[in-house]
Each structure stands twice: as structure tokens, then as C-alpha cells.
Design a protein around this ligand. Structure first.
Ligand code: NAD
Ligand code: MG
Length: 407
């Protein structure tokens, strides 16, 4: 049985839901807290986590009267304890404290850590059979070989929080798996959608951070500019819904109103639309299997006027094609794709490589990984983390020669 639930698998609705938010201080965390704030009588916050932002997470913990707070940065334990003194809120620091937060008995957990660092805590929630709203797509990209199986075995319920996947989740309710012919996820095209390849090559950090429609964390904003984010999402869709690469299409849609579509064999296409605001898919996950009041602006199509669509340009955005390659290769290749991209994005932010070199570093790392005979199926978090670490090292080793090479 799939861990992504069908609408008719309704759990019993309880009046007070306990909630944990991993990555509470980030962009998705902020949208989640905004929804909780709108109906405080419905939710009891169990645990909140952050990387190192003690002030931010403590402020939220006090506001929501959380039971436990964890920060990943171990050196901040003293600061955290001092800030929570007298509140009765328990706390911890380090990666194990983030896992502990995920293990605590919340009914519903938002997995919104950024990057592969979110895998272990997300698995900790999965293993206790929790309902997990999954924003942290890197979990599936790194551990796709086993993440969903493990969730199904543990009886966990995975609710797709990423907007495109949430759209697919909603549209999939219109037919059965056998009736589905393909899914389509949309991409805004990012700030460089109309740019020439030579200009994309030289794009600056400030230019990459100017997303036309969505307000998001830094890493995913850069991934949107390179369309690596869409690549990660193709992989995410494949693992979430058990789809072959050929069953997943990407369509550039600059207005970001249609988030995802499902085509059935009678060629009916079911789409989900909404303002580009993550509070809508998060509200769907938070209310599921019911619907709760949204917090985004209602959609005003008359005001928007026109919705347009274009085919993606794989030549100017090679990172997108590499995702399909990684998915077809399997055996850890998607983990390598993600790890190399995380190294490349960090190097771009540190101004060590040009924007165009992000995809080149990912490609070089994937090629070297295969050439060195490293492909092997992954069956545990330790496997996935070992591949992630090794691929990061390989990417870091290849970085200077990629940085030195002209496009
Ligand atoms: P962000 O950078 O704004 O926030 C990340 C959060 O994770 C912060 O709370 C940070 O403190 C925490 N964190 C970072 N590194 C950590 C570590 N090593 N250990 C523990 N905690 C750590 O990121 P975001 O934009 O909110 O994205 C979070 C996840 O959601 C990403 O996987 C992203 O791809 C996905 N996502 C984001 C959006 C969006 O609109 N922002 C949309 C879809 C999916
Ligand atoms: Mg998305």
C-alpha cells in the first residue's frame, strides 16, 4: 500500500492536534506557523527545531507554548537553555536533538529542514508511523530507494507539501493509478527564463535570488533559477507516486498559478490552481483529510488575465535533464545529483564558481561517480548518508577544475 493516502483513508478527526515543525524558523516553517497562529485552539505544539537561530525558535516556542525545542548547532545549547530559562520548555542541541524532536509523539509533523540534513529526522518521524507533511524534497531525492517503502511499512502517512506535488496529490484523487497516463509539474522558469545562455552563465547571486513569483529560502531560490529545483521535483514526484521518468513532464508556466496536472487515459487533465503562496498546500496538508480555511490571497483569474505555458529548454537549463538521467540511472545517482548540487550552490553563494558551473559540477560528479563504479542500491539512511557524504567530497574535489574551466 502506498504511504501517500487516498482520500477515503480518513483518520478519525480529533479536536486538538499535536504538531511538530522541523525547520520552524525557515520559509516553510514561517508559513506553517502562520497557519497554526490562525487557529491556536486547534493545535498543541509539541516540538520546534532550527539550525542555529536560537532567538527565532525561542520566540516561536514561547508564543506557541511548545513542549520541546532543538537546535542543530551544538555550540548553541547554553544560549538556548538561557533563553528558555523559567519557561518549563525542554530543549536539546545537536543532530540527535533534532531526531528526538521528530520522535516525540506529535500527530502531525512538518518536515521543512533544508537539504539532506533533514533525512534522519524525517525518517525518525516516519518510523513512528506519524503523519508527515513533506516539504523537504531532498529526503526523497536522497533516499528514494527506500523512503516510501519504509513509510508504508511503518504505517506513516506522507502528505506532499511541495506545491507541485500537493497539486498532483489533489488531482490524483480523480482517477486510479491504472487510469493515469502522465503527470505534469509546472515551473515558473525562474528569473532567467528568457535569458540567453551566455548571460545565465555569468548571472550574479543577487540576480539568482530575485524569484519572480515565490518567496522562499536561499537554497531553493537558487535551485529555481537553475531549474535544479524542478529536477529535484521530478525525482521527488517519481518516488512519491511511484511514477516512471517518462510519466513525468515539466511545463514552464511563468504565472505559477497552475501547480500540477494529472492526465488520465481518456485525456482528461485535472489541475490544481492557486495563488503562488505555500500556505495553500501547507493548509491542505494541515487540514487533511478535511479542508481548513486558507491564508493565501484567493485566486483572481480575471485580474491575472492570461495563463501561459512553454516547453522547458534543456540546453539553457541542463540541470533539469540531469535529473532525468539520475532517475533513470538509479542506485544512488539521485543522491549524488542532490549532494553535488548542494556543494555547487554553496560554492556559487561563496562566489567560487559562476552560475553556469552549478550544472557542470553536478554533471561532472555524476559522471565520475559512475566511472568509479560507485553505483549501488540504497537500503538505509546510513547508506544514503554515506553516498551523500562521499558525493559531496567528490564534488568538492572536482570543484577547482570546474571553477577554472570556461563554459
Ligand atoms: P529555509 O532555508 O528558509 O529554512 C530551512 C530551515 O531548516 C530553517 O529553520 C533552518 O534553521 C533549518 N535547518 C537548516 N539546516 C539545518 C540543519 N543542518 N539541521 C537542522 N535544521 C536545519 O528553507 P525553506 O525554503 O523553508 O525550505 C525548506 C525545505 O522545503 C527545503 O527542502 C525546500 O526545498 C522545501 N520547499 C520549500 C519551499 C518554499 O517555498 N520555501 C517550497 C517547496 C519546498
Ligand atoms: Mg515546488
Amino acid at each position: 500500500m502506498s504511504a501517500v493516502p487516498l482520500r477515503n483513508n480518513k483518520p478519525a478527526a480529533s479536536s486538538l492536534r499535536s504538531i511538530t515543525v522541523l525547520g520552524a524558523t525557515g520559509s516553510i516553517g514561517d508559513s506553517t506557523m502562520d497557519l497554526l497562529r490562525a487557529s491556536p485552539e486547534r493545535y498543541q505544539v509539541e516540538a520546534l527545531t532550527a539550525n542555529g537561530n536560537v532567538e527565532g525558535v525561542v520566540k516561536l516556542a514561547k508564543e506557541f507554548n511548545a513542549r520541546f525545542v532543538a537546535v542543530a548547532d551544538e555550540s548553541k545549547l547554553g544560549e538556548l537553555r538561557a533563553a528558555l530559562a523559567g519557561t518549563g520548555i525542554a530543549s536539546g542541541a545537536g543532530d540527535s536533538a533534532i531526531v528526538e524532536a521528530a520522535q516525540r509523539p506529535a500527530d502531525w509533523l512538518m518536515a521543512a529542514v533544508s537539504g539532506a540534513a533533514g533525512l534522519k529526522p524525517a525518517l525518525a518521524a516516519v518510523d513512528r508511523g506519524a503523519t508527515v507533511a513533506l516539504a523537504n524534497k531532498e529526503c526523497l531525492v536522497c533516499a528514494g530507494d527506500f523512503f516510501m517503502d519504509r513509510a508504508a511499512k511503518a504505517g506513516a502517512c506522507i502528505l506532499p507539501a511541495d506545491s507541485e506535488h500537493n497539486a498532483l496529490f489533489q488531482a490524483l484523487a480523480s482517477g486510479s493509478r491504472e487510469e493515469l497516463t502522465r503527470v505534469i509539474i509546472t515551473a515558473s522558469g525562474g528569473p532567467f527564463r528568457t535569458w540567453a545562455a551566455a548571460d545565465i552563465e555569468q548571472a550574479t547571486l543577487a540576480q539568482a535570488l530575485k524569484h519572480p513569483n515565490w518567496s522562499m529560502g536561499q537554497k531553493i531560490t537558487i535551485d529555481s533559477a537553475s531549474m535544479m529545483n524542478k529536477g529535484l521535483e521530478v525525482i521527488e514526484a517519481s518516488y512519491l507516486f511511484a511514477l516512471a521518468p517518462d510519466e513525468i513532464d515539466v511545463l514552464v508556466h511563468p504565472q505559477s498559478i497552475v501547480h500540477g496536472m494529472v492526465e488520465f487515459r481518456d485525456y482528461s487533465v485535472m489541475a490544481q490552481l492557486g495563488s503562488p503562496d505555500m500556505r495553500t498546500p501547507i493548509a491542505h496538508c494541515l487540514g487533511w483529510p478535511d479542508r481548513i480555511p486558507g491564508r493565501a490571497a484567493p485566486l483572481d483569474l480575471a485580474k491575472i488575465g492570461a495563463l501561459t505555458f512553454e516547453a522547458p529548454d534543456y540546453a539553457r537549463f541542463p540541470g533539469l535533464k540531469l535529473a532525468y538521467d539520475a532517475l533513470r540511472t538509479g542506485s544512488g545517482a539521485t543522491t549524488v545529483y542532490n549532494a553535488a548540487n548542494e556543494i555547487a550552490v554553496a560554492a556559487f553563494i561563496a562566489q567560487k564558481i559562476r552560475f553556469g558551473a552549478i550544472a557542470r559540477l553536478v554533471e561532472a560528479t555524476m559522471n565520475e561517480w559512475v566511472r568509479a563504479g560507485n553505483l549501488a542500491p540504497l537500503s538505509s539512511a546510513d547508506d544514503a548518508i554515506a553516498v551523500d557524504h562521499k558525493a559531496r567530497k567528490m564534488a568538492a574535489t572536482l570543484l577547482p577544475q570546474i571553477a577554472a574551466k570556461a563554459s
